[in-house]
Ligand binder design. Structure first.
Ligand SMILES: NC(=O)c1ccc[n+]([C@@H]2O[C@H](COP(=O)([O-])OP(=O)(O)OC[C@H]3O[C@@H](n4cnc5c(N)ncnc54)[C@H](O)[C@@H]3O)[C@@H](O)[C@H]2O)c1
Ligand SMILES: [Zn+2]
Length: 405
């Protein structure tokens, strides 16, 4: 038996934020990030709509990008004090993910972060509150997914919390919120979405219900992302839907080792002054992982189907896989994303010498590889790498060398 779970309601289209007016409840806590939602007036509008619905509203502001365990605990305390029956999380993946974890701790104050990270081990929620997610970036699709990514900065590791319990009750996919994204965020979140769709399509947990969502998302991202990056607002709006479809696919089909590697490299060099931003990490690693996974016959066929659906041409499966890899690499070029960690600059743009020096990368490589193998996303990858293969793969992602094993 397999399960397919999505939010009960999804409001979409320009102005969908207004759906908040129809919510029923007494108290809503709005969780937001560092200020973009306030700056562009969306926070005030959301608050006013909820008040119009007769609710008392409290704000929890300042959730940082790649939220920490500490922030989660602080937010849960605020919820325990205010006792909301609606949690409304608004912004990028970071504030929404943090609010999901706060929700668990609010409903179960004695639960530890370690308990939360047990895959599909979250006890029943919704005894205290329902959850609405409103995304302002076009990538993570956390508004429809069963995942939340929280960073333990003591360990420098991102942990995925995974359970259908944290799939939001309501998702609001209003493209107005995504139109204010700066160009770099469009690029990174867009390639995150592409990676979600591709990994979901070849995942060992793919099914008839997830395949059409993944393929349609891939096609839309192929058509829309680069133009959205270059300022086409109609395409920007379309990308907001595309990333959500990709999210519906991967929330139910799960992901693969591109994400395992991105989770475990993201904060691994934070002491050197930067993160390898989630979407950029995915964009760099995806072509390498396709080459690695394509050694598995079933995965190779599936990549071929993706290439066909994208209309890339090619006669043999090998040619189709190569064309898919080339196409994705060209997208990285068009989006100003480097091809490898060696060339990943402090500002995330391509640089001759990136911010992660070779010797530090090699020194940390065995541990990063071991952590990546343990990541929750590894289990559904079509080909299971050994420690040695994972280290080799990560080296290819550092040097941009060919994957021939
Ligand atoms: N839960 C999931 O299923 C899932 C999936 C993929 C990634 N993630 C996680 O999500 C996080 C990344 O989320 P993200 O990529 O959405 O970015 P983010 O939430 O970290 O936001 C990045 C920056 O963009 C700003 N921003 C957000 N929306 C904006 C807008 N519309 N206009 C202007 N500025 C805006 C924010 O203020 C922030 O400074 C990572 O921690 C990643 O691991 C979660
Ligand atoms: Zn992702």
């Amino acid at each position: 038996m397999a399960r397919f779970t999505l939010p009960r309601d999804l409001y979409h289209g320009k102005g969908a934020l207004e759906a908040l007016k129809t919510f029923e409840g007494k108290k809503a806590m709005i969780c937001v990030g560092g200020g973009s939602m306030k700056r562009f007036g969306f926070l005030d509008r959301a608050k006013a709509y909820l008040e119009e619905a007769g609710m008392e509203v409290q704000l929890f502001e300042g959730i940082e990008p790649d939220p920490s365990v500490e922030t989660v605990m602080k937010g849960a305390e605020a919820m325990l004090a205010f006792e909301p029956d609606w949690i409304v999380a608004m912004g990028g993946g970071s504030p929404i993910d943090a609010a999901k974890a706060m929700w668990i701790k609010y409903e179960y104050p004695n639960i530890t972060f370690e308990d939360m990270c047990k895959v599909f081990g979250i006890p029943k929620l919704r005894k205290k509150a329902q959850f609405c997610a409103i995304s302002s970036t076009s990538g993570t699709a956390t508004e429809v997914t069963a995942f939340s990514i929280i960073t333990d900065y003591n360990k420098g590791i991102k942990y995925p919390i995974a359970d259908f319990e944290i799939t939001p009750d309501v998702a609001i996919v209003d493209p107005d919120l995504a139109e204010t994204m700066p160009q770099k965020l469009v690029a990174h979140t867009g390639m995150d979405a592409m990676t979600h769709a591709v990994e979901a399509y070849v995942s060992t947990a793919n099914c008839d219900f997830t395949d059409p969502l993944a393929l349609h998302a891939i096609k839309m991202i192929q058509n829309d992302l680069v133009d959205s990056y270059n300022g086409d607002m109609a395409k920007r709006d379309s990308m907001h839907n595309a990333q959500c479809l990709a999210g519906m696919a991967f929330s139910n089909a799960l992901l693969g080792i591109v994400h395992s590697m991105a989770h475990k490299t993201g904060a691994a060099f934070a002491d050197l002054g930067a993160h390898i931003i989630h979407g950029a990490a995915n964009a760099m690693y995806l072509p390498k992982v396709i080459a690695f996974n394509a050694k598995d016959e079933t995965a190779k066929v599936r990549y071929g189907e993706i290439a066909d659906f994208m209309g890339l041409g090619g006669n043999t499966l090998e040619e189709k896989v190569d064309l898919l890899i080339s196409y994705l690499r060209k997208m990285n070029d068009d989006l100003n994303i480097p091809h490898c960690i060696k060339n990943y600059g402090l500002d995330s743009y391509p640089a001759k010498q990136g911010f992660v020096p070779e010797e530090i990368f090699l020194e940390r490589l065995p541990e990063i590889a071991a952590n990546a193998l343990l990541d929750a996303c590894t289990g559904s990858n079509p080909r299971q790498p050994s420690q040695e293969e994972m280290e080799k793969l990560l080296k290819c992602c550092y040097y941009d060398t060919e994957v021939n094993f």
